[in-house]
Design a protein around this ligand. Structure first.
Ligand code: ATP
Length: 283
């Protein structure tokens, strides 16, 4: 069974058609990233899946449950999911450890609190009041609160915004660990390198619609896109777009009789492909 199954999802806010018919199937154990510019409809989609927003139409199943249903089944379902929203408001007068302990009490099978603090790298801030944390440390606490319930499915909405590069790498390692435990993860991010490092598949969403769903390595025909070969010839940097970079490198190698000055061979990055996709569909 898929962890998430969405068909024909639509949502408008008055005249604003935020989500215009989205289909999504996310397998159990998959790490799936939603990419898209500001206002594309990512948060609306994710918050409908989390049961925090109503939908106008479409069918939604999250761990086999319709998030709009209520009652005991909803409480059991909440126990199986973890959520990191774009911004969380918690009591600034509790310490980090008190807050995580408090949240862990909501779940039937929580992770060990100390282990959670360690996995988000907040050991040194364990006793600090939340209002004294930096922005990036607050965000790490948000992630800690998302995983403390030991969820089968974790929603992460722009989880590493405000992280320094070291914290981002540590977070990626944490996600790899959760992957190893079989956790399904739905991630939204504006960092293309993050999607590339973590996601099994990405969906590019723009203006309320999904443009493409594929592994990051093949998105937008990326794996078969032309390569760009550049090198120095005297004072000049030369370049050539090609489907056959090896042939050009061989030719240049004989031309220079060995080492080719300042040789580079590149293919479009995920960011290049993504920006082209978004650009193409903008009116
Ligand atoms: P971002 O990357 O900036 O977080 P997003 O892809 O998550 O953007 P959404 O927050 O889903 O985008 O917004 C989609 C559209 O719906 C936008 O045009 C936004 O202005 C509008 N919208 C979102 N929430 C509301 C709301 N509560 N009331 C009215 N309009 C809203």
């Amino acid at each position: 069974m898929n962890a998430i199954e969405v068909t024909g999802l639509r949502k408008s806010y008055g005249q604003v058609h935020a989500v215009k018919g989205i289909d999504l199937s996310i397998a159990s154990g998959e790490i799936f990233a939603l990419l898209g510019p500001n206002g594309a409809g990512k948060t609306t989609t994710v918050e409908i899946l989390e049961g925090f927003r109503t939908r106008d139409s479409g069918s939604v199943h999250v761990l086999g449950f319709d998030p709009k249903d209520e009652g005991q089944a909803a409480r059991e379902w909440r126990n199986r999911i973890g959520i990191v929203l774009q911004s969380t408001s918690d009591s600034g007068d509790l310490s980090v450890i008190e807050t995580i302990q408090h949240f862990s009490g909501y779940y039937s099978n929580p992770r060990d609190v100390e282990e959670v603090i360690h996995s988000v790298g907040l050991e040194e801030k364990s006793g600090s009041l939340i209002r004294k944390l930096s922005g990036g440390q607050r965000r790490r606490l948000d992630v800690a609160l998302g995983i403390v319930g030991n969820p089968e499915l974790l929603f992460l909405d722009e989880p590493t915004t405000g992280f320094d590069p070291e914290a981002r790498r540590a977070f990626w390692a944490l996600i790899e660990k959760l992957r190893g435990d079989g956790t399904t993860i739905l991630l939204t991010t504006h960092y293309l390198d993050e999607a590339e490092a973590l996601a099994d598949r990405v969906a590019v969403i723009n203006d309320g619609r999904i443009i493409e769903v594929s592994p990051p390595s093949t998105l937008g025909g990326r794996s078969t896109a032309m390569a760009l070969v550049t090198w120095r010839e005297g004072q000049e940097i030369k370049s050539e777009n090609t489907n056959n970079p090896t042939a050009i490198v061989n030719k240049l190698s004989s031309h220079f009789n060995g080492e080719i000055p300042e040789l580079t061979v590149t293919r479009p990055s995920l960011e290049d492909i993504y920006l082209a996709m978004i650009g193409q569909t903008h009116e």
